[in-house]
Design a binder for this molecule. Structure first.
Ligand code: FA5
Length: 343
C-alpha cells in the first residue's frame, strides 16, 4: 500500500505560501502541488480514494475561494449578491440602507386603498373587487354605450384578439353589483357598494396620467335617492380622508351611464394651495352622477321605483393630493427611495 507523499494539511500550507507570493493569483490553480495531489489520488488503493478525494476537493474549493476573494478585493467589490436592490458596483457609502435590516412595507396605493375601503365600510358600504379583464357588455353595453357610441373613444383601452378588454374604469362592475345586491332593495335595504381595483387606458403618460392606475367606484341605490345624498356621501368621505372639513362643488359633465353627470371638486387642503386663483382653490377628483335609468333597467331594477348615484375616483390622484406628490409615475417606478417614505 502506498501513502501520499504529502498530506492535505501540508499541501494547504505550501499552497498558501505559493499563493501569497503570486502576482497573478489564478496561477495557483495550475500549481505543481495541486497536480502532485491529483497524482497521489490515482496511486492510492481504492478504499482510500474516497476520503482522500473528498479532502482534496475541499482543498481545491478553498483555493478557488482565495482566488475569488482576491479578485473581488482587487476591484473593491464585495461578493456579488444578485438579489441586491442596487448595482453591486455602487460604493458602500452610496448604497441604500440594507433591506435585511428592515422589512418591506405595503405599497402606498394598496395601503390607501385599504384605508378608503375602511372609511366606506364604516359608512355602511360593502366592498367588492373589480376584475382586470372584462368584456364589451360590461365595459360598454350595460353602461348605456351602444355599439358605435362616440363616447366609447374616451375609454380607449387594451383588447385581446378575442375581444376581451382590460377595463378602463371600475364602472364595468356596476351591472354585476346591481344584480348581486338587488335582493337588498326587495328587503327594504339600499344597495351600497364600493369597488376598488386597477384600471387600464391607452393614455399619453404624463405627471397626472398613467396607463395603469387605480379607481374606486361607489354605487348607492334606494327609493328617493337624490343628488343631495351624493354630495353628502362624497363630502363625508373627503373630510374623513383628508382629516379636515373641505368645501365641495359639482360642475356639469357628461357620462353615458349617469344623468345628470358631474365632476366633483373639493376646496384644496391648505397644504396644496399654491396661490389664490380659482384654479388654485379647487381640485377635480372624480366623475359622478345619478345612475342612468337604462343602467338600472339592464340589471332589471325598476327606475320608476328606485334611484341611485355612482362615482368613480382615481386613487393615485387622491394619494398625490394628500401627500403632495408631484408626479404620478413615481407609484409604478419601483424606486425604493420613494416607497420608503411611506413605510
Ligand atoms: C370615469 O372613469 C367614470 N367611470 C367615472 C364615473 C363613475 C362617473 C360612475 C359616473 C359614475 P374619468 O375618465 O373622468 O371617469 O375618470 C375618473 C377619475 O379617474 C378621474 O377623475 C381621475 O381621478 C382618474 N383618472 C382618469 N384617467 C386617469 C389617468 N390616465 N391616470 C390617473 N388617473 C386617472
Amino acid at each position: 500500500m502506498s501513502t501520499p507523499t504529502i498530506s492535505i494539511e501540508q499541501a494547504r500550507e505550501s499552497l498558501k505560501t505559493e499563493f501569497d507570493s503570486l502576482s497573478d493569483k489564478k496561477q495557483i490553480l495550475r500549481s505543481k502541488t495541486l497536480e502532485g495531489l491529483m497524482a497521489n489520488l490515482k496511486s492510492l488503493p481504492n478504499e482510500e480514494k474516497a476520503s482522500y478525494g473528498r479532502d482534496l476537493n475541499a482543498l481545491k474549493g478553498e483555493v478557488i475561494g482565495w482566488v475569488n476573494a482576491s479578485e473581488a478585493e482587487a476591484q473593491e467589490l464585495g461578493p456579488i449578491d444578485v438579489t441586491a436592490p442596487f448595482d453591486s458596483n455602487t460604493p458602500e457609502n452610496m448604497r441604500p440602507a440594507l433591506l435585511s435590516t428592515k422589512l418591506g412595507s405595503k405599497h402606498p396605493i394598496m395601503a390607501e386603498l385599504e384605508y378608503i375601503v375602511d372609511i366606506f365600510s364604516r359608512m355602511g358600504f360593502e366592498a367588492v373587487e373589480s376584475r382586470q379583464i372584462d368584456d364589451d357588455y360590461h365595459m360598454f353595453e350595460s353602461l348605456n354605450f351602444p355599439e358605435g357610441h362616440p363616447a366609447r373613444d374616451d375609454y380607449d383601452t387594451f383588447m385581446t384578439t378575442d375581444g376581451l378588454i382590460a377595463p378602463a374604469h371600475t364602472s364595468t362592475m356596476q351591472n354585476r353589483v346591481l344584480r348581486q345586491f338587488k335582493d337588498n332593495l326587495e328587503n327594504g335595504k339600499p344597495i351600497a357598494v364600493v369597488i376598488p381595483d386597477r384600471v387600464f387606458r391607452n393614455e399619453d403618460v404624463d405627471v397626472t396620467h398613467e396607463h395603469t392606475f387605480h379607481q374606486f367606484e361607489g354605487v348607492y341605490i334606494d327609493k328617493g335617492v337624490t343628488v343631495g345624498n351624493l354630495i353628502a356621501t362624497l363630502k363625508t368621505f373627503m373630510s374623513e380622508y383628508f382629516g379636515q372639513d373641505l368645501k365641495a362643488k359639482l360642475q356639469p359633465f357628461y357620462f353615458p351611464f349617469t344623468e345628470p353627470s358631474f365632476e366633483f371638486a373639493i376646496e384644496r387642503p391648505a397644504s396644496l394651495r399654491k396661490g389664490t386663483t380659482e384654479a388654485d382653490m379647487w381640485l377635480e377628483l372624480l366623475g359622478c352622477g345619478m345612475i342612468h335609468p337604462n343602467v338600472l333597467k339592464a340589471a332589471d331594477i325598476d327606475p320608476t321605483i328606485y334611484t341611485g348615484f355612482a362615482w368613480g375616483c382615481g386613487i393615485e390622484r387622491l394619494v398625490m393630493m394628500k401627500n403632495n406628490i408631484e408626479d404620478i409615475r413615481h407609484f409604478q417606478a419601483g424606486k425604493l427611495d420613494f416607497l420608503r417614505q411611506f413605510s
